[in-house]
Ligand binder design. Structure first.
Ligand SMILES: NC(=O)c1ccc[n+]([C@@H]2O[C@H](COP(=O)([O-])OP(=O)(O)OC[C@H]3O[C@@H](n4cnc5c(N)ncnc54)[C@H](O)[C@@H]3O)[C@@H](O)[C@H]2O)c1
Length: 351
């Protein structure tokens, strides 16, 4: 009797969850903890905060996770593979570099750091220690921005002429950074991701209305050359919350309202067309074209879910995440230049 050959079964290799710790259990850290705990690619192994009260609140929710008051004790824990850092901006670089030196991969909050020099130190540290360094540029993982990227890359909008964004609300005043460094990283990261271009120059104005001297309103302009500009209005003093972005193209334009739960993106098939004849062009006769408006289907998944998917799979594969250290550095280069411009009353700073 012939021996039956064992049938080869195709198995899909399941990724072993990355054992992670959250450092900083204040306002934003709990969002990271919730997503790490619920993502198939990550496991919430530990929580760390030097404030016992903040740590205690999260420890109550995630009773299976270890608790650390000391960051250095946390990074001595051999079972921690990666840390998510949600502490004040000024501490990002030191904590991230110490974690990477201890062999941990790092996901750091936006902005990656408060200076270009600190970002460069973090990028060099990641390279030296062969660690994955990711930045929480959360919006680039959000379903609406993913869809916008898909539409732009398909060429449907034609040539991009401008991006105009309003990101305003009342509060949350930060004690260590101004509105440019608090809200600005979102817009700068979105534009960096959508356009894949770095600005030629920036100009910004900002004003402070409290004794802290930290600007609570700012207007930032980025010039990319070739008549492509981006403008951002950032404000902590607005009585209403607005998260509104227009991306204007030569063929179509997108209006993206992040607060609209059902149809956050609308594509407008409208714009201008110059007349065909030489006379019409000389006379700058512009025809207005108004066409259909439609809303693409957008999934409802939380952006942090996609970020955790990307971060954990890059740790296992060695690939670079979408929002990697280089992207974090590019964003901070723009913010630092904009800060100089604010000091110079809006003077243009070349990058
Ligand atoms: N991605 C987003 O949309 C988003 C939103 C809000 C805040 N953030 C970012 O998250 C970071 C934290 O902001 P927040 O508003 O949560 O601040 P927060 O002050 O509310 O919380 C920071 C926490 O870190 C703890 N901490 C500080 N230094 C520590 C250390 N060395 N070791 C352990 N714990 C330490 C503090 O005790 C505090 O509980 C900032 O970088 C901010 O820009 C991102």
């Amino acid at each position: 009797m012939g021996v039956k050959k064992k049938a080869k079964r195709k198995t899909t290799k399941k990724q072993i969850p990355v054992r992670m710790a959250v450092v900083g259990c204040g306002y934003w850290g709990p969002n990271l903890a919730r997503n790490i705990a619920s993502n198939a690619g990550t496991h919430l192994h530990a929580l760390c905060d030097h404030d016992a009260e903040q740590l205690g609140k999260q420890a109550k929710i995630y009773s299976g996770a270890k608790s650390y008051r000391s960051f250095s004790k946390l990074i001595d824990d051999k079972d921690v593979e990666a840390v998510a850092i949600a502490t004040p901006v000024g501490s990002h670089a030191d904590l991230a570099c110490a974690a990477m030196e201890a062999g941990k991969h790092v996901l750091v909050e936006k902005p990656m750091a408060g200076t270009i020099a600190d970002c460069e130190r973090m990028v060099a540290c990641a390279k030296k220690n062969k660690r994955i360094l990711a930045v929480d540029h959360v919006f680039i993982y959000s379903p609406p921005v993913r869809k916008i990227k898909e539409i732009i890359d398909s060429g449907e909008l034609g040539e991009i002429y401008y991006i105009d964004s309003v990101r305003i609300n009342l509060g949350l005043f930060q004690s260590d950074v101004n509105v440019l460094w608090d809200l600005g990283p979102h817009d700068v990261a979105i534009v960096d991701h959508l356009l894949g271009k770095t600005p030629r120059s920036v100009s910004a104005v900002g004003v402070a209305h409290t004794s802290s001297g930290l600007e609570d309103m700012a207007y930032l302009n980025m010039d990319f050359g070739d008549s492509l500009i981006a403008n951002f209005h950032l404000n902590w003093l607005s009585p209403v919350k607005v998260r509104h972005v227009i991306i204007g193209g030569s063929k179509r334009s997108i209006v993206y309202n992040h607060l609209e739960p059902v149809e956050p993106i609308k594509v407008y098939d409208g714009g201008i067309e110059l007349g065909d004849s030489v006379d019409e062009r000389r006379g700058l006769l512009v025809n207005y074209r108004t066409g259909d408006v439609w809303s693409p289907q957008i999934d409802r998944e939380e952006a942090l879910k996609y970020l955790m998917d990307d971060f954990s799979s890059c740790i296992r594969s060695g690939k670079q995440p979408l929002a990697n250290g280089a992207a974090g550095l590019r964003v901070v280069k723009t913010l630092e230049a904009a800060q100089y411009s604010i000091k110079a009353q809006g003077g243009r700073i070349t990058l």
